[in-house]
Design a protein around this ligand. Structure first.
Ligand code: SF4
Length: 278
């Protein structure tokens, strides 16, 4: 890591210390509403009071460069395009200093480890699922169980390898018994995901399943009624499709065709050729 990157990371951390974790969370949640009223659904209605309150005043001069870094969290396409090395450093800091020690919601109580996410920091495509399952909780890696194998198949069908995309979840700790995360748990955790998105800046986000849709876009609707249509989140195109676990449980021709149709739209957007047509 060169001195410039070290300096930027130090500034980012100093800014966060100066502004406080609350500031970090508020910025993230306001971003989530950037999907617009039509897509926002119940935005705010289920957010805890701490997120509904206006953000605290920015701390004073002790962090002169903080506005630049945090302004990135407030505009559609205003996020700075970090270099690969900066992305690696920022994501590592986010994981080590914030996610790993996080005890902000009850999901910390039964986790074995946090599951930050993984993949290419320069990925054009970012898959977002619900949260870690048993296998992910054991290994610290996202999508490594049966659903993970199905996701690998989906990625391969697009002509890509897992290492070429980025994979994350709405919550970083396993909900006990693989239950669905509660709205408050998602609201508490999703700022970490938002920060990952700000750093990586993919061209396309694929939301896998209803919980991912609720977590990022705050739309409380069934995937069947949302999938296959483009949406935007802070200027990034978003495709909604079924969670791979659904395909494992319900491997019908109809479900597989629906997912493949959604993935083909993503491939067209990214300029990927259909490997099946070669
Ligand atoms: S789920 Fe997220 S907010 Fe809750 S303890 Fe884990 S990392 Fe923290």
């Amino acid at each position: 890591m060169d001195d410039t990157i070290r300096a930027r990371v130090r500034l980012w951390l100093r800014a966060e210390q100066a502004l406080g974790a609350g500031r970090f969370v508020h910025a993230g949640r306001r971003n989530a509403s950037g999907v617009g009223a039509a897509e926002g659904g119940a935005a705010g209605a289920r957010a805890p009071a701490e997120h509904a309150a206006p953000p605290p005043a920015r701390a004073a001069s002790s962090a002169p460069q903080a506005p630049t870094l945090f302004a990135a969290a407030e505009g559609d396409l205003a996020a700075p395009a970090y270099s690969r090395q900066e992305k690696i450093a920022l994501l590592a800091e986010l994981d080590a200093k914030h996610v790993k020690p996080c005890r902000k919601c009850v999901l910390c109580q039964q986790r074995r480890t946090t599951v930050f996410g993984e993949g290419d920091v320069d990925a054009a495509l970012f898959f977002i699922g619900e949260g870690p399952g048993e296998e992910e909780d054991r290994t610290g890696r996202p999508f490594v169980g049966r659903a993970g194998k199905k996701l690998d198949e989906m990625i391969a069908a697009m002509g890509l390898r897992r290492e070429q995309v980025y994979i994350g979840n709405v919550v970083k700790c396993r909900p006990p018994g693989n239950r669905t995360p509660e709205p408050g748990e998602m609201a508490t955790c999703v700022p970490y995901l938002i920060r990952q998105l700000e750093i990586i800046r993919p061209k396309v986000i694929v939301l896998l399943g209803a919980t991912a849709v609720r977590g990022l876009l705050e739309i409380p609707a069934a995937v069947g009624s949302l999938r296959g249509q483009w949406r935007t989140w802070r200027g990034i195109k978003v495709m909604i499709t079924y969670h791979p676990a659904f395909l494992v449980r319900t491997p019908t021709l109809e479900a597989r065709r629906a997912v493949w149709s959604d993935l083909q739209k993503v491939m067209a957007e990214l300029g990927l050729k259909n490997p099946r047509a070669r």
